[in-house]
Design a protein around this ligand. Structure first.
Ligand SMILES: C[S@@+](CC[C@H](N)C(=O)[O-])C[C@H]1O[C@@H](n2cnc3c(N)ncnc32)[C@H](O)[C@@H]1O
Length: 179
């Protein structure tokens, strides 16, 4: 899997140890990539509960693959796994705490919109708010577009909007929070 474009952008434009969160882990592939950043702390958040078309058995299996993958990385000691729903987990953190938040959990319009509202205050001024599946999920695209329009906020994307299979590392959206 190639590095996601928001992570490439963050890595290329920062030179300090970063406080990062990923919302939605599945088998931990992107988490492993994030663990390669210059990290202060990384929080990995997923309730691993049945969702959309995935049964509890499937999500249990995904967690069973993700956790050893995370634990075996040299930066595991900088990483915390939080088994909670995104919006509940957001309440654990002070506003302005994170340098980079990556949203990749619930991809429905309602779920993605709730995540954007819950996590936006948690990004520090000058930090990065990003996520996956802008180009590949109508729900995410609509949620991000509405969120940005309400705030007059510019969003960066890397691929023309469309749905279905495509170069998934290009499917990120990214907002730089004004410093
Ligand atoms: C598309 S997968 C994440 C893939 C992962 N980010 C990657 O790129 O390697 C979506 C994940 O979101 C999780 N999820 C679903 N609803 C969630 C919620 N409300 N809060 C946090 N995570 C959620 C699912 O359990 C699943 O593991």
């Amino acid at each position: 899997m190639e590095d996601r474009m928001s992570m490439v952008h963050v890595r290329d434009n920062t030179d300090r140890p970063l406080i990062v969160a990923e919302i939605g882990l599945w088998v931990g592939d992107n988490a492993r990539h994030l663990m390669g950043l210059n990290l202060d702390r990384l929080f990995l958040i997923d309730p691993y509960k049945a969702y959309e078309r995935h049964s509890q058995e499937e999500v249990d299996e995904a967690m069973g693959i993700a956790l050893p993958k995370i634990a075996s990385h040299p930066n595991a000691y900088k990483t915390s796994f939080i088994r909670m729903e995104s919006v509940e987990a957001a309440k654990l953190f002070a506003d302005g705490y994170f340098d980079y938040i990556y949203i990749d959990g619930d991809h429905t319009l309602a779920g993605a919109s709730e995540d954007l509202e819950a996590w936006w205050p948690k990004v520090k001024a000058g930090g990065y708010f990003a996520g996956h599946d802008y180009s590949s999920s109508v729900g995410v695209m609509r949620a991000v577009d509405a969120f940005c329009e309400e705030r007059g906020q510019a969003v960066r994307t890397w691929a023309p909007p469309r749905t279905g299979d495509g170069p998934m590392h290009l499917s990120d959206w990214l907002i730089e929070k004004a410093g």
